[in-house]
Design a protein around this ligand. Structure first.
Ligand code: UD1
Length: 432
């Protein structure tokens, strides 16, 4: 198992280019199988989750040609199965988008039921409710969800909770249903809009994505398209927080500044400087970050996927901050790891109370999940001395070339395979 070794204390300086949005890509790649023609998807992030979803797509018979790490051609013409095994769902929950895509295209699909996840219980009742409203019969047997219908018929569906996954999954099935579907209380995240734009570029008729109500007029067929994925809001936000926490000065390129508004607002409250350009933001950290309160909410609120990274920065701010998690119940797993680095954080219910300390000190820690892992990297970049972060595979699920991008910003960080003592010694010798 790989690990990062970091020597902290250096401000991040320079420019970094943000990759395509992972969460948009997952919906888009599943949607790409809905035509028999060849779809070309560009600005794909080169991350582990994408690799796994492409394997799942290949396993049902679709042709997948990785032109390069960031471009793929998918042809759904050769699909000969509508069954997605647990092997894929276990590695990446979003394989369940193939349920909506296959149901829409072939009116049947059988996908392993996603199990528990380390950020909390993640039910899929709203997805199922949507498929049933479209006329599918859904049964759960032997750990699989099986959905089938003679035909899908547009319907009026009200989501009881604002869910990114349910919004995308129902949108996928509904765009090939007969008649119109009105989906209410939908998620408004930029990646939801990007999936809708992608489907529209394939000939779907979806209006209102990005608002509370999405109207989907079903079409009989979708056609091939070429599409470029939007930049990753969370990767950009992670570099913004890392720049601010390390007292750095970083130009973060290839972003849509509007998607970063909630993060920018918090950074300003914390005393950082954020300059918005057309497709870039420049973040400068102050000598000492100020404290603030954060509550995660669906978009355009503060993203839950930025909660751990923000808490890591607040751990070295002046004063007391309260970070409240309102989307997932178990998203404070990084707190014990940060405490090992000298942070003063107490979790009470769904809030973390953070008393800012002067500095953190490097330690050996473990990345419990994707965003918590990113938070530990930020902590390591700030901390005095060496930090070793184990289980970086969790971080690589969603960050393309993370350590290389940070090296480009002057950080002392390296990826080491296993516990290669020699490599650790060499790194320490090199950075002094
Ligand atoms: C997506 C993102 C994830 C992000 C999350 C919230 C992807 C691949 N993942 O996850 O990174 O943290 O949105 O922005 O895009 N819920 C139900 N029933 C359902 C579905 C969801 O009760 O049928 C609840 C969940 O438990 C959670 C809330 O709704 O409390 C939001 O979840 P949802 O938006 O669905 O998250 P994901 O799509 O799983």
């Amino acid at each position: 198992m790989d690990q990062y070794i970091i020597k902290g204390g250096k401000p991040l300086q320079g420019e970094v280019v943000i990759s395509g949005a992972k969460n948009a890509a997952l919906g888009i790649l599943a949607a790409a199988i809905m035509t028999d023609g060849t779809v070309v998807v560009d600005n794909l992030p080169c991350v582990r989750d994408i690799k796994v979803l492409l394997q799942a797509i290949e396993q049902i018979g679709a042709k997948v040609e990785r032109v390069d790490c960031n471009t793929v051609k998918i042809s759904g013409n050769y699909i000969d199965s509508v069954v997605i095994d647990y092997e894929f769902i276990r590695k990446i929950r979003a394989s369940y988008y193939l349920l909506g895509a296959l149901l829409g295209k072939y009116k049947r699909a059988k996908v392993a039921l996603p199990g528990g996840c380390n950020i909390g219980s993640r039910p899929i009742d709203q997805h199922i409710k949507g498929f049933e409203a479209l006329g599918a019969s859904v049964k759960i047997e032997h750990g699989m969800i099986e959905a089938s219908a003679d035909k899908l018929v547009g319907s009026h569906i009200y989501l009881d909770v604002v869910s990114v996954g349910a919004t995308i999954n129902i949108m996928l099935a509904a765009c090939m249903a007969e008649g119109t579907t009105i989906l209410e209380n939908t998620a408004k995240e930029p990646h939801v809009v990007d999936v809708a734009n992608f489907l529209n570029s394939m000939g779907a008729d979806i209006k209102g994505a990005g608002t509370d109500i999405i109207r989907i007029k079903g079409v009989e067929k979708l056609h091939p398209t070429e599409y470029s994925i939007i930049p990753d809001q969370i990767e950009a936000g992670t570099f913004m927080l890392a720049a601010a926490a390390t007292k750095g000065d970083v130009l973060i390129k290839n972003v849509i500044p509007k998607h970063l508004d909630a993060i920018t607002a918090k950074l300003l409250e914390m005393g950082a400087t954020v300059e918005e350009l057309d497709d870039a933001v420049r973040v400068k950290g102050p000598e000492k970050l100020g404290s603030t309160h954060v509550k995660t909410l669906p978009y355009p609120g503060f993203p839950t996927d930025m909660q751990p990274q923000t808490a890591a920065a607040l751990a070295v701010s002046s004063g007391t901050s309260i970070v409240t998690e309102s989307i997932f119940e178990n998203r404070f797993k990084y707190v014990d790891e940060l405490s090992r680095m000298g942070a003063s954080i107490k979790v009470e219910g769904n809030s973390a109370i953070i008393d800012g300390v002067d500095n953190l000190t490097g330690a050996i820690v473990r990345a419990p999940d994707l965003r918590a892992g990113a938070a530990l990297v930020i902590a390591g970049l700030v901390a005095e001395g060496y930090t070793q972060i184990e289980q970086v595979e969790n971080i690589e699920r969603g960050y393309e070339n993370f350590e290389k991008k940070l090296q480009g910003l002057n950080a002392d960080i390296e990826k080491i395979s296993g516990d290669d003592e020699k490599a650790i010694k060499k790194f320490k010798f090199k950075v002094g």
